[in-house]
Ligand binder design. Structure first.
Ligand SMILES: Cc1ncc(COP(=O)(O)O)c(C=O)c1O
Length: 433
């Protein structure tokens, strides 16, 4: 039972805060954690209990929490300025970060348009792709090819690209239609995508794809070769390619961007989540020179991209994002990701793959989905297994009956061990007989 202090925080929380993806009528009964602070990769609740953050605070935290170097970067920027608008003017923090980011992106020579959330970065890419064609006097390319099981965020444009589910079907009347072919759960998804590109290529503004892993689909994975085949085919037909790197970007799969492993050069890249190391809301859309040049013209002319958010390119966020990018190199973080990911794979094979209740284990780098196979509907194994792990001090959150493991990129071998042992014990408790 929560102590009175913890219970009081839950009461205050439920009285005023509306939590996303959460049924508020029973929020308080589902023993939520109320986090008060963090140390490294551990979160500390209002009662002083500690939890290893094995979901990187919903896939955003990269180096850990309260990283002194990142804290200092925010403090130093506070002494200059927190935010100034990027609409028609610039900011030194944004310029410095963008100069460091552009050479690391899979789209050489790109320009970067900022927003705050992943969905907004996707939305920007949609608008840019659409207008790029109309700027050239081409008005017949008004559609997008998106994949089955896709998730690109919660704004209406991003929801339209997404395949639905997550209780969002109610918005179907608001969604614009997209051409949809199977996602990565179908091992032959690339054949279907290539056929659709051939059949509908003339109507398509862009192909939208999550390279390598469809995260919210329950960590559905594919091969770099299949991604490259489809992307190359789209680009050979002149169709723009939007890579949604919001989840897979910034190191999760073992390279800074998943597009690198696939050997693709998308025309547009949407990114967010790990871009600031999980510190501040920042997202971005990178556009290739071909795309960017298509918007150049007379001042105030119709070719201008009339789009921009109030907090676009926020200086505090860019300052911490720059320091984050430096630390990824200085600490050789991606080498740690590859080594820890290998260990994770081995331990999962030893302790989880054949454990009671497990149907499938999918992983690329540190992005992992453990799919449960409940014998009947309504058992809510995903939620119950994660709750059992939380009781043991490892914070997990499921996607339906898929238990997601997404440890921070600086996770240690000992912590990988702790995560897998805890998951195995939770599986035994919930799914064992
Ligand atoms: C692939 C992908 N795109 C976009 C988004 C939306 O990002 P945000 O929640 O920051 O709006 C997500 C979030 O999980 C995602 O996984």
């Amino acid at each position: 039972m929560p102590t009175s202090d913890h219970a009081d925080w839950i009461r205050r929380d439920a009285a005023v805060v509306w939590h996303g993806f959460t049924q508020m009528s029973c929020y308080a009964d589902n023993t939520p954690l109320i986090i008060d602070r963090a140390e490294g990769r551990e979160l500390v609740d209002t009662d002083g209990n500690r939890y290893l953050d094995a979901i990187s605070s919903l896939w955003v935290t990269t180096l850990g929490h309260r990283v002194p170097e990142l804290d200092d970067a925010v403090r130093a920027q506070l002494d200059r300025v927190a935010h100034t608008t990027l609409l028609g003017n610039g900011n030194t923090a944004t310029i410095r970060f963008t100069e460091a980011l552009v050479p690391r992106l899979p789209t050489p020579g790109c320009h970067v348009l900022y927003a705050s959330d992943g969905a907004a970065a996707v939305e920007q890419a949609l608008r840019i792709a659409f207008q790029w064609w109309t700027n050239q006097g081409e008005h017949s390319r008004q559609h997008y090819l998106a994949l089955g099981d896709a998730y690109h965020g919660d704004t209406i444009g991003a929801l339209s690209l997404g395949a639905g589910g997550f209780g969002t079907d109610v918005y179907d009347p608001l969604r614009f239609p997209v051409l949809r072919t199977p996602g990565y759960h179908d091992p032959h998804w690339d054949d279907a995508a290539v056929a659709a590109l051939d059949e509908h290529g003339d109507e398509l503004a862009a192909l939208v794809i999550e390279p390598l892993v469809q995260g919210a689909a329950g960590m559905a994975v594919t091969t770099p070769q299949q991604v490259r085949r489809v992307v190359d085919h789209a680009q050979a037909l002149g169709i723009l390619v939007i890579a949604d790197e919001v989840a897979v970007g910034f190191g999760r799969t073992g390279t800074l961007f998943a597009s690198e492993q696939c050997g693709i050069e998308p025309d547009l890249v949407a990114m967010g989540k790990g871009i600031t190391g999980g510190y501040l809301p920042l997202s971005a859309t990178a556009a290739s020179p071909k795309v960017y040049d298509g918007f150049l013209g007379e001042d105030l002319s119709e070719t201008t991209l009339y789009h921009g958010h109030s907090y676009s390119g926020n200086a505090l966020a860019c300052a911490v994002a720059l320091r984050h990018l430096e630390l990824l190199d200085d600490w050789d973080v991606l080498t740690n990701v590859v080594a820890r990911a290998d260990e994770l794979g081995t331990l999962l094979a030893e302790q989880v793959t054949d454990a009671p209740g497990v149907g499938d284990v999918r992983r690329r780098g540190l992005m992992t989905g453990v799919e449960l196979a409940p014998p009947a509907d309504g058992l809510r194994w995903g939620r119950r297994v994660c709750a059992a792990a939380v009781r043991r001090g490892v914070l997990l959150r499921p996607l339906g009956d898929v238990v997601v493991l997404m440890p921070p990129l600086t996770v240690t071998a000992e912590e990988i061990n702790r995560i897998v042992e805890t998951l195995a014990a939770a599986l035994d408790e919930v799914c064992g007989d």
